[in-house]
Design a binder for this molecule. Structure first.
Ligand code: HEM
Length: 511
């Protein structure tokens, strides 16, 4: 760019004084063209060919021979160490550019366009095409995505709309507390807390979607519910595998794709069963002339004139999104608190002082619980359930740092790496909720973004946060949470989502 600018100046200068205004205009044009996003001076632009990264063979070796699929989050940290903040790697048939610096992640997200797209090459979308299902919010694109996003946003993101859910969610929390009491050994040990919290997550999101209970926290859990949770788990394991395998390998080794489809079939059937049941009951009420006061999401969706296939796919995806996300975050939260009794005591004091004698918090109370919020932030910094996000920009090539990224390139946003970057968060591997309350310790706003940012960010964020706050505050009021005396320290692993690698068991001692 610089050399073109010089050539232009020389060419115009030799043509004499009459060309002066033109020289000035050309200089200004060249100046503007040499500036990157937000006025930063552009270096000579580099292409993907110049970008460092592991060879296809060595990355495939890391992934398949060195258990890399379950260590994808660690590969982010290794990637930054070896190649710096941007590198490319081939994930099976897909070339992806990794971005692991908050300012560069910001640059990508600021250029994501009107209808941001997470990934064009998803086995989730392939499944829907194969079965003739519609896409839900997680998988739809363009106008189709925008329509449902606007409708659901009104009922999921607005603070006023959220108030409708705290009673429903609190009744689910009451059942969770009872269930924890019942599941304890005589020493107070609850084994495998994540599996208790899966059921809580599913019951919680079902109550929001159907305003009715589906029995996940009953003493005997319905078999179909257990199978639904199992299908989610297996589907997540198979997601990475099916994406890393080129499609011709699906013919040679059909098992992963077959299992993946069976899991989705079950999940779609489960959701459809519950929707039909609920809407039929509603229709009968109307036929009897009774008043219907639907405040639940499925009802809103079914009233918007959307095709039923769109309602089914959206409810399936919302159910799915509400299970592991809640379960993992609660498990890590209590795991860390059991190892940091001083934080646990401060948190309990905060909750009790806000409640002033009450035992059940409401949505409005949470605003006065800054330490509780900071602790959830810290847990999601250390263990972001979705350890990497993605974007594909189909409209145009974009500049990120010094690189020109061609349109349609899959860009992986490595926020597990940024949230453990010591340059951004001092002592990054330590659990320090206070860091979020310390005004002197500010950090780049894109360094820890567990819910994503912008138009395509998590639509369930507000509901998830409310559910977490209500449940965790209640657990702290009812129990002292202590480590399993025989427990080991637990690390995260990737299973598409970031989950605990080992079973976490904790003692819940009655207070
Ligand atoms: C701790 C809990 C949760 C975390 C950390 C989380 C995180 C995320 C992230 C990172 C994304 C991608 C955002 C992006 O691409 O920029 C996402 C999307 C989404 N999440 Fe969540 N999530 C959580 C809970 C939930 C819950 C409970 C629901 C359902 C009520 C939900 C529903 C969704 C949906 C539907 C999308 C797709 C939004 C779209 O594409 O427009 N999430 N979530």
């Amino acid at each position: 760019m610089i050399s073109v600018r010089r050539m232009l100046q020389q060419a115009l200068r030799v043509s004499g004084r009459s060309a002066f205004p033109l020289v000035k205009w050309m200089e200004r044009w060249a100046e503007a063209a040499s500036l990157g996003p937000e006025g930063t001076r552009r270096q000579a632009m580099r292409s993907l060919d110049d970008m460092p990264g592991p060879s296809v063979a060595s990355f495939a070796w890391d992934l398949f021979a060195k258990r890399g699929l379950s260590r994808l989050h660690e590969l982010q940290l290794e990637g930054v160490q070896r190649f710096g903040p941007m590198w490319k790697a081939s994930f099976g048939p897909i070339l992806t550019v990794h971005v692991a610096d908050p300012a560069l992640i910001e640059q990508v997200l600021r250029q994501e366009g009107q209808h941001p797209m997470r990934s064009d090459l998803s086995s989730w979308k392939d499944y829907r095409k194969l079965r003739g299902h519609h896409c839900g919010l997680l998988t739809s694109e363009g106008e189709e995505w925008q329509t449902v996003r606007s409708l659901l946003g009104k009922h999921m993101l607005r603070p006023k709309a959220l108030e409708a859910y705290d009673k429903t969610l609190n009744s689910v929390v009451t059942d969770l507390i009872d269930k924890l009491r019942l599941s304890r050994s005589p020493q107070g040990l609850v084994s495998d807390i994540a599996s208790e919290f899966y059921r809580f997550g599913l019951e919680g999101i079902s109550s929001v979607l159907f305003e009715s209970r589906i029995g996940c926290l009953d003493q005997v859990v319905p078999e179909e519910t257990e199978r639904f949770i199992q299908s989610i788990n297996t589907m997540f394991v198979m997601t990475l595998l099916t994406m890393a395998m080129p499609s011709w390998l699906h013919q040679l080794f059909p098992k992963p794709w077959k299992i993946f489809c069976q899991c989705w079939d079950y999940m779609f059937d489960f959701a459809k069963g519950h929707i039909d049941l609920r809407l039929t009951a509603e229709a009968k009420k109307i036929a009897r002339g009774e008043k219907v006061e639907g405040r639940y999401l499925t009802y809103f969706l079914s009233q918007m004139g959307l095709p039923m296939k769109t309602v089914y796919s959206n409810v399936t995806e919302l159910l799915l999104a509400g299970v592991d996300t809640i379960s993992s975050t609660m498990s890590w939260f209590l795991y860390e608190l059991s190892r940091h009794p001083e934080v646990q005591t401060s948190l309990r004091e905060e909750v009790l002082s806000v409640l002033e004698g009450r035992r059940i918090p409401e949505a409005a109370d949470v605003a006065r619980m800054p330490l509780l919020k900071a602790t959830v932030k810290e847990v999601l910094r250390l263990y972001p359930v979705i350890p990497a996000n993605a974007r594909v920009i189909p409209e145009r090539d974009i500049q990120v740092g010094d690189y020109l990224i061609p349109k349609n390139t899959l860009i992986t946003l490595c926020h597990f790496a940024t949230s453990r970057d010591p340059a951004v968060f001092p002592n990054p591997n330590e659990f320090q909720p206070q860091r979020w309350l310390n005004k002197d310790q500010t950090h780049h706003p894109y360094a820890s973004v567990p819910f994503g940012v912008g138009k395509r960010s998590c639509i369930g964020r507000r509901i998830a946060e409310l559910e977490l706050y209500l449940a965790l505050a209640r657990i702290l009021i009812e129990f002292d949470v202590k480590p399993d005396p025989e427990g080991v320290s637990v690390k995260p692993m990737t299973r598409t989502l970031l989950v605990p690698e080992n079973i976490i068991s904790l003692q819940f001692i009655e207070r």
